[in-house]
Design a protein around this ligand. Structure first.
Ligand code: SAM
Length: 280
């Protein structure tokens, strides 16, 4: 039984970083003519009410999207993302936060396809309902790790897999990275974006070792720390491993991540990191 509910965390600093990356990747991919397949292995509920009891209990969005809501003159990838979040809040007040499926659905075109997996029995119906009238979208109450292996290579031969696990299970870092490896073996031209929390620096090292072992080339590794472990027990940063990133992503993140550090950082320990990993 899954206990994680994204409603407690929607719009936090980790969502902001993940969704800025997602926006930048899909905006670039949708510039090319060919149809795209977007696979979200851990889709969540699709959107979240920031005034809900769950959201107010943790108030995580106050340290994430709320800090950026009125930002002017942001780097392009952040302002594209903010335009979408504002579109999701037509009243002009920040009261709701969009999930990755909604953001992707706005960045993709009529010819593209979205395949969304969500296992939670309460979040799946909300996700499914959000896209009832969107024929591009296919929602599945399935295990995203297993189900995605049957989806690649997609008919479109172009696509992005977003893997955004809740890391509730002890071996989930390994499950996630080995699933990226398996999908990449089946569809080596695909783009893969794996999100992970930073709670313990050793985990990042082991992700890197696994990428090397799997001989995956062309990886952009992005990290954002809002502080350090001493100041914030629990998640004090997050990262994304992007396999086969659009060539524009590095430049976009070189502008976006310093801005996120300055807007979301809690003290002078806030930092970002951008690395290109090439397997030997
Ligand atoms: C971090 S949340 C996803 C948030 C979403 N990607 C977004 O950015 O808006 C992770 C979600 O994965 C779901 N989940 C956990 N294990 C899963 C699995 N094996 N397959 C599919 N969904 C899973 C959880 O119920 C939760 O809703």
């Amino acid at each position: 039984m899954l206990s994680y509910r994204h409603a407690y965390h929607a719009g936090n600093f980790a969502d902001v970083m993940k969704h800025v990356v997602l926006t930048s990747v899909l905006k670039y991919m949708a510039r090319k003519d060919g149809a795209l397949c977007y696979i979200d292995t851990h889709a969540g509920a699709g959107g979240y009410d920031l005034s809900s009891v769950r959201s107010r209990k943790t108030d995580e969005s106050s340290f994430g999207i709320s800090k950026l809501w009125n930002l002017k003159d942001a780097p392009e990838s952040i302002s594209d993302y903010l335009d979408l979040v504002r579109r999701y809040n037509p009243s002009g007040n920040l009261v709701r936060y969009p999930g990755s499926p909604w953001l992707a659905s706005k960045l993709l075109r009529p010819k593209d396809r979205l395949v969304l997996c969500e296992l939670h029995t309460s979040d799946f119906p909300a996700l499914d309902e959000m896209f009832t009238h969107d024929r591009r979208v296919h929602c599945h109450a399935e295990d995203g790790y297993r189900f995605s292996k049957g989806l690649v290579p997609p008919l479109e031969r172009r696509g992005l897999v977003l893997m955004d696990p809740s890391y509730e299970l002890r071996d989930e870092y390994e499950t996630a990275i080995s699933t990226v490896g398996a999908l990449h073996r089946q569809f080596s031209n695909g783009t893969y974006a794996l999100w992970y929390p930073i709670l313990d620096e050793r985990r990042t090292t082991s992700l890197r070792r696994r990428i090397d072992e799997m001989k995956i080339r062309d990886v952009l590794h992005l990290e954002l720390r809002v502080t350090d472990r001493k100041s914030l027990p629990g998640m004090y940063g997050c990262g994304m491993i992007v396999v086969n990133p659009p060539w524009t992503l590095r430049g976009a993140m070189e502008s976006a991540l310093p801005c996120l550090v300055s807007e979301l950082g809690m003290n002078r320990m806030a930092a970002f990191q951008i690395e290109q990993w090439m397997a030997e």
